[in-house]
Write a protein that binds this ligand. Structure first.
Ligand code: B12
Ligand code: SF4
Length: 484
C-alpha cells in the first residue's frame, strides 16, 4: 500500500519511525513537507513561503504524482490547525482516507476523533497500530479491533484500548531519514530513549504516564551500541557534522554512558548537544560527555522561582541541583542553553523577576524564552482553566484557529507587558555583561518588545547558532527546490 505523510516546519522522528516500520513490512511511503519558513519562533510572515514557491497547489500536485492509498498526519498542538487544512485539501483532491496521530491526539483525543477531516485516529505509540490499519484497509478488513485506534462508526466513536508500549526499542528499525532528505527538513535529530521518568505538570509526559498505566514504562532507553550505530548512519550516509540528541532527558546512568561515550568517541567523534535534566548531572558523567564531544547542554529550567517550580510545575529538581549542574557543566567548558517559560497562571510579578534574577546568577551562554502555553490534557492546563485564565472549551480553538505558541498567549496574563518584553530581551541580555542587567527594570516598563524582537533576529546567528543553522538550511533548501 502507498502511504503519504504530511509534516511541516522541521524533521519528525515520529514520522521517520513509522515510515521505516511500514517499509519493513513491504509498504511504500512518501512525504509532503511544508517548510513554513515564514512561521518560526522569530517572526511570522507566511507570504515568504509563497514567494519562494512553496504553496498548497504545488504540494497537492506532488501528492497526486505519488497517488497514495492513505494519507497520514502527525500533529502537535501548534501545527494541528494547518495539518487539518492540508488534510481537507488533500482528501478533496485525492479522495483517499486520512489517519492522524501524534501529540495533538494525545492532548485532545475526543476533539480530534469527532473531526470529520480525519477518518482514523491512532493514539500513543503508532508503529504496530498503523501497520495493522494499513493491512486492514488493504485487505478490506474491518479495523474495529485494532488497539490504539479510534474511529467514527454509526454516529458514535469506537475507542479501542491502548496496546502495551514497545518494551525493547532496539527491535524497531532505524528512522527512515530518506523521507525527509528527499523532501526537505532533515536536521540530524536522534533519541537514545523514549519518554521521561518525570511528570512536570505542563508537559506531555504526564499524559503519557497516565494513559499507559499498567502497559509498560513510558520511559525506555535504547542500547548504547544501537544508538551509536544510528549515529554512523547520520554521519556517513547523510554527512552530518553535528548531532542533536533530542531525548526528553539524555540517559546518564553510568553503565549506559560508559559504553556510549567510548563507542561514540571511537566511531563518531562529532560534536553533539543533549537535553540535560539537572538532577542527573554529576561531575563524572559530565566529564565523560565532554570527552566524547558534547559541546552544549540544553537545560529546561522553566522558572527561577521556587514556588512556581515546585508547586505549579511539579519540577523534580531543586534550585540547588540546577546551580550545581551549571557549575559542573561550565567547569568542563560545555556551553549551556537555558529554556525558560514566562507567564504561568497566577505567576506574580515578583516570581517573574525571580526567574530573571536566577538567569543573571547562572549566566547560561544562551537563553531561550517561551510564553507559557497550556497543553490540553495536562494538570497545568486544567488549573489554568479552573483559575479562569481560559474559557471552557478553549481547546477547540486549537483545531479551528491558527495561533502560535511563540506569538500569542491564549490567556490574558495581568503581567503581559512585562512578559512580552522579557521574552524578547532575555535572549539578548544573555550576551551582555552582567552590569547591563541593571537596565532591565527600566527597559521593561513600556512595551519595547517589537524593537528588541528585530534586534534579536538580527543577532540570531551569534545568539543561537544551531537555531539559525536550522532556519537557514530550511530557507536555502526551499529556495533551491523552487529554482531547480
Ligand atoms: C524532539 C522534539 C522536538 C524537535 C523535533 C520536532 C519533531 N516534530 O519531531 C524540535 C526541537 C524541532 C521541536 C519543536 C517543537 N516542539 Co517538540 N518535542 C520534541 C520531543 C522532545 C521528542 C519528539 C520525538 O522525536 N519523539 C520520538 C518519536 C518517535 O515520537 P513521536 O514523535 O511522539 O511519534 C510517535 C507517536 O506520537 C505516534 N505518532 C506520531 N505521529 C503520528 C502520526 C500517525 C499517522 C500515527 C499513526 C502515529 C503517530 O507514533 C510515533 C512513533 O511511535 C517531544 C517530547 C516527546 N517525548 O515526544 C517534544 C514535543 C513533541 N514538542 C512539543 C512542542 C510544543 C514543540 C514546539 C511547538 C515548540 C515551539 N514552541 O516551537 C515545536 C513544534 C515544531 C514542529 N513542527 O513539530 C510538545 C508537543 C505538545 C503537544 N501536545 O502538542 C512535546 C510533546 C513536548 C512537551 N512540551 O510536552 N520539538
Ligand atoms: S523533565 Fe522535561 S520532559 Fe520530563 S516531564 Fe519534565 S518537562 Fe517533561
Amino acid at each position: 500500500m502507498k502511504i503519504l505523510f504530511y509534516f511541516e516546519n522541521t524533521e519528525s522522528l515520529g514520522i521517520e519511525y513509522l515510515s521505516a516500520f511500514l517499509k519493513r513490512h513491504g509498504h511504500e511511503t512518501d512525504l509532503i513537507f511544508h517548510p513554513k519558513f515564514g512561521d518560526n519562533p522569530y517572526f511570522r510572515m507566511p507570504l515568504i513561503d509563497s514567494v519562494i514557491g512553496v504553496d498548497d497547489r504545488a504540494l497537492i500536485e506532488k501528492a497526486k504524482r505519488f497517488n497514495p492509498d492513505l494519507l497520514a498526519f502527525s500533529t502537535n498542538i501548534t501545527i494541528h490547525s494547518s495539518a487539518r487544512k492540508m488534510a481537507r485539501m488533500l482528501k478533496e483532491s485525492l479522495g483517499v482516507p486520512a489517519v492522524v496521530g501524534g501529540h495533538a491526539v494525545e492532548a485532545m483525543p475526543e476533539i480530534v476523533a469527532e473531526d470529520p477531516v480525519f477518518d482514523y485516529v491512532i493514539l500513543g505509540e503508532g508503529e504496530d497500530a498503523l501497520l495493522e490499519l494499513v493491512e486492514a484497509l488493504e485487505k478490506g478488513r474491518d479495523p474495529s479491533d485494532i488497539r490504539n485506534l479510534w474511529f467514527r462508526k454509526n454516529g458514535s466513536i469506537v475507542k479501542n484500548p491502548l496496546r502495551p508500549l514497545v518494551s525493547d526499542l532496539d527491535t524497531l528499525p532505524f528512522p527512515d531519514r530518506d523521507i525527509f532528505a528527499r523532501n526537505g527538513g532533515l536536521h540530524g535529530f536522534i533519541t537514545g530513549s523514549r519518554g521521561c521518568p518525570f511528570k512536570c505538570s505542563f508537559c506531555a509526559s504526564c499524559i503519557m504516564w497516565d494513559s499507559y498505566k499498567g502497559k509498560g514504562s513510558w520511559y525506555r532507553v535504547r542500547s548504547p551500541e544501537k544508538v551509536v550505530d544510528e549515529c554512523v548512519v547520520l554521519k556517513e550516509k547523510y554527512g552530518f557534522d553535528f548531532i542533536h540528541f533530542y531525548d526528553d532527558t539524555f540517559p546518564l546512568k553510568m553503565k549506559w554512558l560508559d559504553v556510549f561515550c567510548a563507542d561514540y568517541k571511537k566511531r563518531i567523534g562529532l560534536p553533539f548537544d543533549i537535553i540535560l535534566q539537572p538532577i542527573y548531572a554529576k561531575s563524572q558523567q559530565i566529564k565523560m560527555l565532554a570527552d566524547a564531544g558534547c559541546v552544549q547542554v540544553n537545560i529546561g529550567i522553566q522558572s527561577g522561582d521556587a514556588r512556581v517550580s515546585k508547586e505549579l510545575l511539579n519540577r523534580p529538581e531543586e534550585q540547588g541541583h540546577i546551580r550545581e549542574a551549571v557549575r559542573i557543566v561550565k567547569e568542563v567548558g560545555i556551553k549551556i542553553n537555558s529554556d525558560i517559560m514566562l507567564g504561568f497562571p497566577d505567576e506574580t510579578r515578583e516570581e517573574i523577576w525571580n526567574t530573571v534574577k536566577f538567569m543573571r546568577e547562572l549566566k547560561p551562554d544562551t537563553i531561550h524564552t517561551a510564553f507559557f502555553f497550556p497543553l490540553p490534557g495536562t494538570p497545568l492546563a486544567k488549573y489554568t482553566e479552573e483559575r479562569g485564565y481560559v474559557k471552557k472549551g478553549w481547546e477547540k480553538e486549537i483545531s479551528d484557529d491558527r495561533f502560535s505558541f511563540n506569538f500569542t498567549g491564549v490567556f490574558n496574563h495581568p503581567e503581559k507587558v512585562l512578559i512580552r518584553n522579557l521574552k524578547a530581551l532575555l535572549p539578548l541580555f544573555a550576551l551582555l555583561p552582567d552590569r547591563a542587567w541593571d537596565m532591565l527594570p527600566l527597559l521593561t516598563k513600556n512595551r519595547v518588545e517589537p524593537l528588541f524582537q528585530v534586534l534579536y533576529m538580527a543577532s540570531l546567528p551569534f545568539l543561537d547558532p544551531p537555531a539559525f543553522d536550522t532556519y537557514w538550511e530550511r530557507f536555502t533548501g526551499s529556495v533551491f527546490k523552487r529554482f531547480k
